[in-house]
Design a protein around this ligand. Structure first.
Ligand SMILES: CC(C)(COP(=O)(O)OP(=O)(O)OC[C@H]1O[C@@H](n2cnc3c(N)ncnc32)[C@H](O)[C@@H]1OP(=O)(O)O)[C@@H](O)C(=O)NCCC(=O)NCCS
Length: 253
């Protein structure tokens, strides 16, 4: 995993995204009250409805901030106000920009864990992003045997104990990023493909089944969005340049 990505403070001005670039944004989900209210005001009626279904206030607030930040980010590329952005949803719930209203062909994906959100955006390349908070998991080997491929589970279980925690989340985020790029979520069996995740290994999609050629059609990246978080990104195609942005609530505070 690269630990050297530089998260630039994003300018308040519109941002240009070139064809073979991927922009990855990180944002804190813990925002001051004034920022929270302004973000919430940009949400659509169906997003309000979803927010109201959360049992815990903290989860509700984090969902609102993630959606509000996502709208703000997309608005910077589209050159429109955050509240006029319209989403539509694929069969397994993957949000995308409504084609009729936003024909510019931007693709994006969002992930959030604990206090952090990641959003990745491209021009016309399907993508998936995942972030997880790294924490101790008592039954990591059982989870690996149940969800990872046989080879991944074997590699994971053979690791020295002190390397297991990070390796688990590296493997998990890389696998989730791929199923999110496909848009299939957990309906796509996690043991049907393999990723590189061992300490020192570059992130890569190694094998896909039943079509082995599928693995060559995607690029995989891994990064550390903050201390104790693992992040991964999968994009359709090859030869991408990544740029990392830190979301600041210009105009929101
Ligand atoms: C997609 C999925 C793997 C995400 O898991 P997760 O690690 O808990 O959550 P993350 O924070 O990484 O990602 C959640 C975000 O991914 C996006 N997302 C939702 N479904 C997605 C999908 N199928 N593919 C890609 N991205 C998806 C959303 O923006 C979501 O954020 P939101 O709920 O705040 O809008 C999991 O929710 C899943 O399998 N969903 C499919 C469920 C399904 O089949 N639903 C069908 C009926 S709608």
């Amino acid at each position: 995993m690269s630990r050297h990505e530089h998260w630039q403070i994003a300018p308040a001005t519109p941002i240009t995204l070139h064809m073979h670039e991927v922009h990855v944004w990180r944002a804190s989900l813990e925002q001051p009250e004034a920022v929270f209210w302004k973000l919430q005001a940009t949400l659509s009626a169906d997003e309000f409805e979803r927010a109201s279904c959360f049992q815990f206030e903290q989860h509700r607030r984090r969902f609102v901030v993630a959606r509000g930040v996502l709208r703000d980010i997309l608005g910077r590329y589209l050159g429109v106000a955050a509240n006029v952005i319209t989403f539509e949803y694929e069969t397994h719930g993957k949000p995308k920009l409504a084609k009729a209203k936003h024909p510019e062909n931007f693709c994006f994906n969002l992930s959030h864990a604990k206090e952090l959100a990641l959003c990745a955006i491209t021009r016309g390349h399907a993508l998936g992003v995942d972030v997880e908070h790294i924490h101790p998991i008592s039954d990591a080997e059982q989870i690996a045997r149940r969800f990872f491929s046989e080879r991944e589970a074997g590699q994971f279980c053979a690791l020295p104990q002190e390397q297991k925690q990070i390796a688990f989340f590296n493997c998990w985020t890389r696998k989730e990023a791929f199923i999110k790029a496909l848009g299939e979520g957990l309906s796509h069996p996690l043991d049907r493909f393999e990723v590189a995740f061992l300490p020192g290994e570059l992130a890569a999609l190694l094998q896909t089944r039943p079509d082995p050629q599928e693995a060559e059609r995607w690029s995989m990246f891994a990064f550390e969005p903050a201390a104790d978080y693992a992040g991964a990104l999968v994009v359709a195609g090859k030869n991408f340049a990544l740029q990392y942005w830190q979301w600041q609530g210009y105009g929101f505070d």
